[in-house]
Design a protein around this ligand. Sequence first.
Ligand code: C2E
Ligand code: CA
Ligand code: CA
Length: 708
Amino acid sequence: MFRFRHSLRAQLTLFVAALVAIIVVLSVLATISLITIRGKVEAVDRKWLASTQLLGEWTDRISEFRLAETYRALATDAKSRDAAEELAGEHRRAIAELQAEYVRLHGGDLLDLVPLRTAWNAYFVAHDAWVKADSDGLQDDQAQANSRLHHLYKVAANAIDRVVELNISAAHAEADYVSHEVRETLILMIALCGTGIIMATGLMIRVRTNISQPLGAITKALGNLAAGNRHVDVPELNRRDEIGQMAKAFDIFRANAFALEQAHEATRVAQQQAQALARHDALTGLPNRRIFSAELETALGHAREGSITYSVLMIDLDRFKPVNDLQGHAVGDLVLCEVARRLKEAVRKNDTVARLGGDEFAIIAEVEPHGYPDTVIRLAGRVLAAIREPIHLGTNKIEIGASVGIASCPQDGAEPGALLRAADIAMYRAKRDGRGKFCFYEQSMDEELRVQAALETDLRSAIANGKIEPYYQPLIDIRDNHIYGFEMLARWRHPERGAISPDIFIPLAEQLGLISELTWSMLRQACRDSREWPDGILLSINISPIQLKNPALPTQLLAILNQEEFPPTRLEIEITETALVSDIESAKLILTALQSIGIRISLDDFGTGYSSLYHLRELRFDKIKIDRSFIQSMMENDESEKIVEAIVSLAKSLGLPTVAEGIENPEVLQQLAAMGCEYGQGYYFGKAMSVGQTKALLKVDIAVQKAV
Ligand code: C2E
Ligand code: CA
Ligand code: CA
């Protein structure tokens, strides 16, 4: 019932079924009516027309019988009489046959045939009587018989006329009935046709209002949706039939399409971002390494085809790390962005600038062969000048620089990888040669690199095999000229290359992650060596900034001292400020822990790098070591002397003793003593020496002391 009321299909089915039923009923009725009418018409034809004909014949026969009777009456001879009588007999038989035919035609329905029969029989009887009388010669009764026959003939003729009349009126009645029947059938058919038409019209209107129009509205809404209007109202949502279901499905579709579109949009944006990120360095917006490599590939393809050549400039920033470490990553990021901007300004239209990572940038420069190398030199000059220019961030003035390595195709490499490697090697050379410079790649640099690689291998095995030994440089108390300790300095005698400077292998050991291993193995040795020294002599060791990042450092150090039974109070460690800048808090914890077990802390290389009062105040150092570069230039350079003097007095004001490194002559020593510098170190007192030599030196020192 529910479905019937709400389902469009059910409604349509019902309508069509009704329509079909009407048509069927109509057809059946029409057929039945037509059959009936045809039957009636046939009946009229068959019965009434036949009986009318029959009655006509019958009437004729009666007249002819009368005529034959008259002939007989008028006949003058027997022959004529017999002929007339025979004719009369023939008509009589024909009438009997017609009568029988009539009865057969009408069955029981004899239409007042009784009076006719009676009249006819009476007439026959009278005729026969008349004939008999005539034959018998009873002429007297002739006239009477004639008049009686005439009368009976009239009666019989009237009777047949009456039957004919009845027959005609019955035929009329039948015809009337048939036409009535036809009219009724016609009316019924017209009525049914009308109902059918009304129903079909109703169906059409219903289909139009319930299906076509809603479908049109939904189609229009779909069209709007397809055109991008996401806020279309979905019509017919409240209907409970198929159109309503369709509208609901459409509404869901719209919501889904909307959600899908949003998801699609989000995906598109994400893809775009990912693509941009994949192609560009997120911070500076410059192309990244991937794109740079691809562009270089393309450029080198062009170079192979045509007359143009390319140079790659590898740019590494100098002094950027301290900016990042000291002033924070936010400032570092701003500096990188500014460098990127300046690089873009420095290059020409067809050059490509990219950030390869960290503080490393690169340029692909288009070079006309006849312009080489001047074009590249000018470009490198512009790049260096642009980066050298101080960067002002608020009140902050940041000064950095760059080292540039240049490699060109085809002479330095025809493939991107080879060219980049060559530029990289040249860049390292530029850095090594004193920074702020550019350097063209040369083939010999490859050899250096090979040597460097070999050095790394050798260093690994030297450290593993204890081939790097501790040497000791005396530390002097200037006030009484006596040795108060030794600084442990690493010495490596390479079997082929001879002595290699710690300035080379210490940074390498740091890079290779071997610095702790090296320090601890030398410290163990130094602890043993120091047993040869008088009790009060200090051992000073250098601790690399990398080691100071390790929270386990105090434990490791104490473990070695314990194992070697070396009192911590005899140990001094030297650290540079570089070690403090990256994470002063954890450095402070480590240093405080070391001091708490009696180890002294010296601030090494003071005056270079980041000398900051902040560090001096934050960490309670036990000594400050003035960098040897100041001491060495004191004699020639007033400024250095003033710096040294300032450091000494600053340290004094903080209650810290100072050690002057690099004292090479008595004049400098004298000057330092005059300034009030407490301690000294330098070739004047002695270079770093083997433990055996320290023993000899200490003997002399003790002898001197005794003499004094
Ligand atoms: P440093 O800690 O400043 O060591 C002092 C350096 O100055 C030593 O160079 C020493 O030989 C040199 N020197 C001392 N007196 C004079 C002088 O009068 N004139 C001149 N021109 N030089 C003098 P060395 O031994 O070549 O060491 C260089 C640097 O290597 C050291 O500088 C130190 O930073 C590092 N280093 C050496 N050994 C070790 C070590 O065992 N561990 C760590 N972490 N670093 C070490
Ligand atoms: Ca030192
Ligand atoms: Ca030093």
